[in-house]
Design a binder for this molecule. Sequence first.
Ligand code: 5RP
Length: 226
Amino acid sequence: MFSHEEIKKRVAEYAADYVEAGMTIGIGTGSTVYWLLQELGKRVQQGLHFKAVPTSRQTQTLATELGISLVDLNNVDQLVLTLDGADEVAPGLQLIKGGGGALLQEKIVAAASRQLIILADESKMVNVLGRFPLPVEVIPFGWKQVQKKIIQQLGCQLVELREKNGETFVSDHGHYILDCHFSQITDTPELNEAIHNIPGVVETGLFPNMADIAVVGYADGRITTT
Ligand code: 5RP
């Protein structure tokens, strides 16, 4: 049986085959993408040439260290594909993302891509979204108003301001993150829209109908593509 970390590494190595010479791609953020970057870095050393738009400062830094060529999204018309992780994947490839706080840039990059390919281990696969608290990126000014509206208007049980090392977490773009405990999300596009309608919301971690393929790894060694 493979450990959690080994599954992520195997999925990343498998998914790296989607990257072909000459492509311009998006690269996500997180611990699964860490392994993807390691694998792509090796392939660059072996002569694979491609360009990438990173979805966070973390990915930008690691990709640069590994010799992966980066490009500004403003200098690209469309990305061939984006490879990224997810916090939950439900039937129909509905996603919750943003556990690492990079949801805004991840969503912009995914929306600029012809294909969004999600790398997941079996623990991420769920029947209904919502066990993982939904991240919502907000403007710091008046964030408690957004918190109140998500609870009162959208029936969320608990909305927590994200902290890291005892301090308020601040995203790469200077925003706060509210982690919203809905418990069950069955209406992904509708909830995404309803949250967007609250003034002060920048982006939600719901990715409705955005993913095209999920590469899923299992402890017994299987890797499936959906
Ligand atoms: C970061 C994300 C990540 O893709 C998500 O949190 C999954 O990360 P990991 O591969 O570490 O489980 O959305 O904002």
